[in-house]
Design a protein around this ligand. Structure first.
Ligand SMILES: Nc1nc2c(ncn2[C@@H]2O[C@H](COP(=O)(O)OP(=O)(O)OP(=O)(O)O)[C@@H](O)[C@H]2O)c(=O)[nH]1
Length: 384
């Protein structure tokens, strides 16, 4: 396992600080699990809560449901007003927390037990868009406030049903009529890792075409094919998806997870994709000079913050929005930079470890209105 971002050792909770001064206490990584209704989120969580994997994970579930039969060492029930949280301390060292509504209150409650776990897994409801929750926990460290000071976003995992997934994507519609992109596509767009689950119930051809569909919408997320969410937990946790360079175009198959040849099996890369209003754009970025990187930074800022193309004030691209962007840029000095963006928040930071990375850059944008004009505008950044 090439898990270099080892799970931080937690230290005693510091006194609450009111200012924004440097808080040196390591933050607890948080993984968000979203997924289509019935896709296998609970199955994945149950696996994590019962297997001996050596991680001390606090799992926040919507409801214990049939997971309540898990053997627990102690049960603490805390009730406060209308909110009620239940905690189970499990035999494998995990901590399970059940909530009925918003995850934030449960996380706050959980953080009072900081030190009892090394990682937090948060299950969202089947209809949730993970974007706002991800944005909440993903900050530049110096701007982090509230829970963001204690928690860092590790990754968003989306569980997709191999049987009904394609249909769910095709029939996807936004619950809000003013919005063009429905929740299941937003979940795929916002994912850093995709589990294509229930592959035992679908034909190989259908699984392959669903994987291609998923890769079209989100070319930057690894796709693991699973049966009953069976996967090495180390592939899901501690991946540092918001710090590491994105895993462009890699197809993963959990059945072959010990076999690297299968992990890095390449399929043709779609460079533009559109499905029911959501679009993705994958652009190869040549080696850049420093001023070109600065110009690219400005381009990203204009698109994310002003939802328009630079120099294109009069002719706005209809419905230009970026839900998620990731990039890896190579400079002529040899330095490499990683772009991560969730909605309007983004960061371009120098990559710590440049070993084994490609010598050209890539940028993926996932959102709406990402058409050929956007690509042309982007390519002007390094053509000039
Ligand atoms: N055959 C098969 N069944 C599966 C697989 N994964 C999950 N299931 C079954 O599918 C059903 C739904 O799985 P859950 O894990 O409850 O799905 P979920 O995403 O948590 O569902 P919601 O919370 O309702 O959105 C359960 O009966 C699981 O046992 C799989 O890979 N293959």
């Amino acid at each position: 396992m090439d898990n270099e971002d080892e799970i931080p050792v937690l230290i005693e909770h510091q006194e609450e600080s009111t200012g924004s001064q440097n808080d040196q206490s390591p933050r607890v990584p948080l993984t968000i699990i979203c997924g289509f209704l019935g896709a296998g989120k609970s199955t994945l969580l149950k696996r994590i809560l019962t297997e001996q994997h050596g991680f001390r994970i606090a799992v926040i579930m919507n409801e214990f449901g049939d997971t309540a039969d898990i053997e627990a060492k102690t049960i603490n029930v805390a009730s406060e007003g209308e909110e009620s949280e239940e905690f189970l301390e499990l035999a494998n060292g995990c901590l399970c927390c059940s909530i009925k509504d918003t995850g934030i209150a449960a996380i706050e409650k959980l953080m009072q037990r900081k030190g009892a776990f090394d990682h937090i897994l948060l299950e969202t409801t089947g209809l949730a868009d993970p974007g706002p929750i991800a944005a909440l926990f993903w900050h530049n460290e110096e701007f982090a406030t509230g829970l963001g000071r204690d928690i860092s976003l590790d990754a968003v995992i989306c569980v997709v049903d191999a049987v009904f997934g394609p249909q769910q994507m095709e029939e996807d519609h936004a619950s809000d009529a003013s919005d063009t992109v429905g929740e299941s596509l937003r979940q795929i767009a916002g994912a850093d890792i995709i589990l294509l689950n229930k592959t035992d119930l679908a034909s190989t051809e259908s699984v392959t075409s669903t994987a291609a569909l998923l890769r079209g919408v989100n070319p930057a997320a690894p796709i693991y094919r699973t049966v009953r969410a069976e996967i090495d937990v180390g592939k899901l946790l501690g991946v540092g998806a918001y710090a590491a360079p994105p895993a462009f175009s890699y197809q993963h198959d959990a059945k072959h997870e010990n076999d690297h040849a299968h992990e890095h099996e390449h399929a043709p890369e779609p460079t533009h994709y559109e499905l029911r209003g959501i679009s993705s754009l994958l652009v190869t970025v040549p080696v850049l000079s420093r001023p070109q990187l600065d110009a690219l930074d400005e381009w990203v800022r204009t698109v994310l913050w002003e939802q328009r193309l630079p120099g294109d004030v009069d002719v706005p691209v209809p419905a230009l929005t970026v839900l998620r962007c990731k990039g890896l840029f190579v400079l002529d000095s040899g330095a490499q930079y990683v772009l991560q963006g969730v909605r309007s928040i983004y960061e371009i930071a120098e990559a710590g470890d440049v070993l084994g990375l490609p010598d050209v850059g890539k940028l993926v944008l996932i959102g709406t209105g990402l058409d050929a004009r956007v690509r042309e505008s982007l390519e002007k950044v390094w053509a000039g």
